[in-house]
Write a protein that binds this ligand. Structure first.
Ligand code: GLC
Length: 717
């Protein structure tokens, strides 16, 4: 390990400021890496560039090596650069998007995927990943819902913490581990109208109840870095929001890791009208604890001046630099600045059979069987298959934050089916395009003809993968009109039709669900998506995913989420009463609720028992839920425990997930799943910012959101 305090003592102020800056690789080498923001000229001298402390958006390990070598030749202090990248759902072997990973309710799956990504990323020259993104979400119109684990804070936090632990391992210096940066702090998922980069207005109560817990879980899991969000919160940009960055992050949570801005977010303080100029922006960001400025030059241009003017004590600069030198030291960069970066661009580990197996298994476990009127699974002895739709033979299913993943390396549904049922004749018909406004029905006739002649029809539909992700909000999240019309025409020609759908967000499937007897939702499943879909369609794998987010009946219901507060005069499904909480056009509940997901097994929830019907704050309740697999099909079921606090000083959600366990069942196997309920699990953040429980009646249920069963009551004394 290096003596970083000695190194620090020998650095000039400009050299120290260099450690607080991060720029795109394309300022240092020729690269065709995709940029994740603008690339305005930073107005930096070559001298300044020689002092830069970290790099993002490079493409290959060779580029990383070239940048590092050149830097170390020039750097007087021989401080290695830090190389960071958005390894969101895979580095080269892509696995399902995080919103899909949430549907697995399985930290083992998340851990296997993240470990694989870390191994591939290290070979690619990555030392820090800007992952996990744990922004709590409620509005499916927002493009970045695909990066989150969904609308439940408990699930989001568990999935985020699992990623942190898997990426960082026990010892950061171990060759296959990379540092994790949790993001975006805080409340980015609450952008108004789902509009990217828009303002966020959330009460402290809602923030603490839903939007903040997952970040805390990730920091408690040891995340080395945190990235403030682009958005303002109550009018103050997150990056210079002292409530967030000082009171909560530093004072309450005692975070002493590294804070890195989002891309150009320091300059955004000016654009948001909260700083007059660059110098003011630099002051506000540094004052609120931003250690590394990503892709903007305000620290280089003004921090030295601010220190000379006595606005900041030089000690604060040293503290920030030490945090960065310490991370580089613990990553072992002073001993090995290349840290496992492959000498070639195609290390043998990328897309290995073992990695493809991990990706395929994850895709199988994340898929959600939304509807199945006794159509699926299809038989492998089928003779003629009509494979129809824009996703029937489409490689673009790996997801939009695809890092070094390549669409063309994915397995399409057609390829997956060909491998699984090689003797079947496949009639392939695209039927229509995949753009939202496509109106060309010239492919319908041949699609309908193919359907009519086939034994089974597999409709492959959805939104293009570049309709989600950063900057891609949708004003209408309905499955495209032409695809709904194609589905209606095809399923009329052959009712033995199943739809496979792809999306980076919940999409409105109401029309599709009226016209087809089965819907298997794959999200964007990654490199092995088509193979996983084939296995699920033909019963080689049994669907077990449960929705991590609600699917609205109509876009106009957004934001819609399961853990809402009681709604006065809410109406039951199907009714419409005057002076009630009605939608004219649709129900008041989603088409598919959080926690929904079918299986080829038949799970019967037989009983839920409590060990006590009243407890003190010091006692616990043992809950037992008995489930029977009334089928010959082996399968997994995520058994969920929901709680309702019937009356408290704050209105409480009508249902909230407080525990879950994913359980394997053999054929005709009965199991009793046990949970312990403690007083801590009954707490909530009141309007005095106290995390408390209150005596009174509580209800415990199982099943899934909006479909709670076996409810039992108990009293907290
Ligand atoms: C982007 C994203 C952030 C990402 C960063 C670096 O704009 O907001 O999630 O980590 O820039 O690519």
């Amino acid at each position: 390990m290096a003596d970083i305090k000695r190194i620090l003592a020998g650095m000039t102020v400009r050299e120290k400021i260099g450690q607080l800056t991060q720029y795109n690789a394309n300022l240092f080498v020729d690269t065709d890496a995709a940029l994740t923001g603008g690339n305005a000229s930073m107005g930096l001298s070559d001298e300044d560039l020689s002092k830069v402390g970290s790099v993002l958006n490079f493409k290959t390990p060779c580029e990383m090596r070239k940048i590092q070598e050149k830097h170390l030749r020039r750097d007087r202090n021989k401080i290695p650069m830090l190389f960071m990248m958005d390894v969101i759902h895979g580095f080269r072997t892509m696995y399902p998007i995080p919103l899909a990973l949430g549907c697995s309710f399985d930290t083992d799956i998340v851990e296997k995927c993240s470990r694989m990504a870390a191994r591939e990323a290290v070979a690619g020259g990555v030392q820090v990943t800007f992952t996990p993104m744990v922004d709590y979400i409620r509005d499916a119109r927002w493009g970045r819902v695909m990066e989150s684990a969904g609308e439940d804070a408990l699930l989001n936090g568990i999935m985020g913490a699992a990623q942190v632990k898997a990426f960082q391992g026990e010892d950061l210096s171990a060759p296959d581990n990379i540092a994790a940066c949790v993001k975006h702090f805080a409340g980015y998922g609450g952008v108004e109208a789902g509009r990217e980069y828009n303002a966020v207005e959330l009460s402290e109560h809602i923030m603490r109840e839903h939007y903040l817990p997952a970040y805390k879980k990730c920091l408690d899991a040891g995340a080395e870095m945190i990235m403030p969000a682009f958005n303002t919160l109550s009018g103050v940009p997150s990056i210079c929001n002292s409530r967030l960055m000082k009171t909560i992050l530093k004072d309450e949570w005692d975070f002493n890791g590294i804070v890195i801005s989002d891309y150009g977010a320091v300059l955004d303080i000016i654009r948001l009208g909260v700083a007059e100029d660059e110098k003011e922006a630099a002051r506000l960001a540094f004052e609120n604890g931003c250690d590394i400025e990503m892709c903007s030059p305000t620290y280089f241009h003004h921090l030295e001046e601010l220190i000379d003017e006595g606005v900041f004590d030089a000690k604060r600069l040293d503290e920030a630099v030490l945090r960065i030198l310490d991370l580089k030291n613990r990553l072992g960069l002073f001993e090995d600045p290349y840290r496992g970066a492959s000498e070639t661009e195609e290390p043998e580990i990328y897309l290995s059979a073992a990695h493809r197996d991990i990706a395929r298994n994850a895709a199988e476990e994340c898929a959600v069987l939304l509807k199945n009127d006794n159509i699926l699974p299809f038989s492998c002895n089928v003779k003629k298959i009509a494979l129809i739709g824009p996703f029937a033979d489409n490689h673009k299913i790996i997801g939009v934050w695809s890092c070094n993943g390549k669409d063309e390396e994915s397995v399409t549904i057609k390829q997956g089916i060909e491998r699984l049922v090689p003797n079947a004749e496949i009639i392939l018909e695209q039927g229509c395009g995949d753009e939202w406004d496509d109106a060309d029905k010239s492919g319908f006739d041949s699609a309908v003809k193919a359907a009519a002649e086939a034994d089974i029809v597999i409709l492959c539909l959805g939104e293009p993968q570049d309709y989600s992700g950063e900057g891609n909000t949708r004003a209408d999240i309905s499955l495209h009109k032409i695809q709904c019309e194609l589905a209606e025409a095809v399923s009329s020609a052959n009712p033995n039709t199943a739809a496979v759908t792809f999306s980076g967000r919940p999409i409105v499937l109401t029309s599709l669900a009226k016209n087809v007897p089965a819907i298997l939702h794959m999200w964007f499943p990654g490199t092995e998506g088509g193979a996983a879909a084939a296995n699920l369609l033909f019963g080689k794998a049994n669907p077990c995913g449960k929705l991590s987010v609600s699917f609205p009946e109509l876009t106009g219901q957004c934001p819609i989420y399961y853990n809402h507060l009681p709604i006065l005069r809410d109406r039951e499904k199907g009714a419409h009463h005057p002076f009630c909480s009605n939608y004219i056009e649709c129900e008041s509940v989603p088409l598919y609720s959080f926690g929904h997901g079918l299986s080829y097994s038949n799970f019967i929830y037989e009983d839920l028992t409590l060990s006590k019907d009243e407890i003190t704050a010091e006692e616990t309740i043992d809950v037992e839920i008995t489930v029977y697999n009334d089928s010959n099909t082996v399968g997994k079921e995520t058994v969920m425990l929901y709680m309702r606090d019937v009356a408290a000083s704050n209105a409480r959600p009508v249902q909230q997930l407080i525990a879950f366990e994913k359980v394997p069942f053999g054929a005709h196997e009965r199991k009793t799943i046990k949970f312990k309920v403690t007083e801590q699990m009954l707490r909530f953040w009141n309007n005095d910012n106290k995390f408390i429980s209150e005596p009174g009646e509580f209800r415990l249920s199982t099943g899934y959101a909006d479909h709670l069963i076996l409810t039992k009551k108990f009293i907290l004394k």
